[in-house]
Design a protein around this ligand. Sequence first.
Ligand SMILES: [Zn+2]
Length: 277
Amino acid sequence: MIELPEVLTIAKQMNKEIKGKTIKSGNRGNSQHKWAFYNRDAEEFERILPGKTVGEISGNAGWIITNLEPGYALLLGDMGGKILFHQNDETIPDKYHLMLHFEDNTYLTVSIQGWGFIKIVEKSEVATDRHATQKILSPISHDFTFDYFHQLIKSYEKREKKSIKAFMITGPKKMPGIGNGYLQDILFRAKIHPKRVVAEISDDEIKGLYEAIKTTMKEAIELGGKDEEKDLYNNKGGYSRILNSKTKGKPCQECGTIIEKIQYMGGSSYFCPSCQA
Ligand SMILES: [Zn+2]
């Protein structure tokens, strides 16, 4: 999945490559994909996109927001796959689910793997879009303080039995831009088992979790995202996850215990049964 560090990396690269370009034509791609979610039909995409100029591009949580002047914005997010820039048509992938063809004959394509949202909204709708806006502060914002995070965790009651994994990556209070990918390393660093009940986590553990979120995001952003994902130029990011499918069955780097895998809440969880209580 494209999580916050990948979003920021790609948004920065898009500002460099396509900001100021005018769209000659655009479409919903050449391939049907059941889990590509659009908010408009193909005709509307083909009608709205031509003649628009790419304005500022920003990253917010799991979303890349591209202003299309005048009056619109393209929202890409909650997505697995690739967002690629092409100097010419030779590198365009076989299957894609959005194409922008610019007047200088360069291109942007989006190819979804798994699922993803591609939306064109009016500018006035961006701030209230039900997918692209979050109720929780971004973990990299200045206002995401320990007190704020502590209060958020304490808002869960014991009877809810909500697990830490559920809290972090699902529901209205999920951590913006953090998905199942970075979650593995965050919980490993915080020494918390993915199934632990949120309301039963101690203050010391909340502190550790807060630090783990900050550290993991900072490191991954500096390294341009995960090495399992591609940037705008089809290059891998520089962040290697501590726990992933390749580390299952291998010794924990802290204590040597074998890393385990469980299927939990619609995705794999990897953990050290000794370090993560
Ligand atoms: Zn361990």
